[in-house]
Write a protein of this length. Sequence first.
Length: 567
Amino acid sequence: MITERLWRAAKLAGLIFVLAGVSLAQTASDDVAQLKAQVAQLQKQLELLSQKLEQVVEARKAEPAPQAQAMKPAPAPPEARTYPSKSLTASTTPVAAPLPAAAPPAVSSPVANPPLPKTAAPPQPYTGHTSPLQILLGDIGITPVGFMDLTADWKDKNAGGSLGTNFGNIPYNNTLPQAKLSEFRFSPQNSRLGFRVDGVYKGFRFIGYNEFDFLGQSGATNISVTNGAFVPRIRLYWVDVRKDKWEFLAGQSWSMMTPNRKGISPLPGDIFYSQVMDVNYLIGLPWDRQPGVRFVYHPSDKVAVGFAAENPEQYMGGSAGSSTITLPACCTGFAGVQLDNQTTQQAIPNLTPDFIAKVAFDPTSRVHFEINGLERNFKVYNTAGVNVGKYSTVAGGAGAINGNFEIVKNFRLISNNYWSDGGGRYLFGQVPDLIIRGDGTISLIHAGGFNDGFEATAGKFLIFGYYGASYARRNVAIDTNGSLVGYGYRGAPNSQNKTIQEVTFGYNQTIWKDAKYGAMNIITQYEYAMRNPWYIAPNTPKSAHDNTIYVDVRYTLPGSAPTIVAK
């Protein structure tokens, strides 16, 4: 029974297998026939497309060839005007290479079969900036200038001069407790920030320059207790325009009486105010930063002639620790009203601007020589005394001969010499301009100063040393009551200085410097200063002196004046 059932099942399976094979054979035969029909249809379509393509080619051959459009030559790039020398920027980095002129746009033409786009190159690793820090806005170049400072300042006497030396008020050894206390502080106040704008318009080259530090007067009493909120202070703010041989400047700049390193340029890199860290610079050096206008004529690259009108001020002493004059009884009301004694600002009347002339010679890059002249005018009105209701008007002046000379490679000698009749204000305010006689008239004080030194470069070191002094001549008058007044008389306070002297030296070491990233420097300075009064009371010191040490860490911003394209 079981065998019969197995036999029947085997017969059924074989029948199914045969039927499946027949069905598969029939299906394969049908697919082959269908595929052959599709290939035949595609062949017919290709033949039709080929015929149409041949017709298009024959039609194109029959058409006239299009005329080639005449291509105008690309205009020549505009003339590039660059500013002379790296000294045009406060940065110590070299001037950047001129930017390449933009290439003219390519002229496109119809292409029958444009090429397929190429595969993009793989991204390259970032390798840093490719140019110094500067911004080009259209045809204007903007360059940040300045540096960040931290200065350590130590003085062996507490002269109260903050970061700068209080030359005129160095404590005598019997001045207590100041003479018995030293002072130390860290300060960022000498840091400077600003920017310059460069451009050329219709042949006029112009530079706008501004610069700030943080040595301004602060009203905060806790400035050193809980917060070093030092106040920004304007240093420089001017515009200079030059065309051909003529140059014009307006704004606040270094006075034209300040010695130059090169020509009569107003840029900080072309001004001599030494390499020292003392923010009051050098005793005996004539300088000022004040508003005014100037005209400069350049007959050649080696000669410059300048004339300036600058801010005046009738000064009776009191700035930066210097002493004031003794006024007669009739004119005690002049202080702070008609004569500046540093108790008021912008309140003193002045007759005329200070007029300055300068001629500078630069026969080679190794020699600079200049001659300066100054005219000043003073006027007061007497409200009491024997000449009540009368004016007193006096003209004064000054002259200077300055120079710096590279006598051997990388070694430069410097000499600045100044003498005046009523020009004490330009000696960092260490000498009054005038005295008032008992009858209310003006008498000018003769004062002068000099500063000599050297600067040498050796590898990454800039080494410097200077010696300077200022001198104020005695000017004494007799008041109507018979007492002595003026400056330097017998019995005068020992703050009325006869001479102030200074010896200083130091070095500036470049740690690293790169046009793209700026520079890091360590600067040190040692300073010995001494003052001698006109009158020495019995049993009192004949002079006062102090020792000062500065150590400074400085980062200088990168940047250089960009190449400006003339329009």
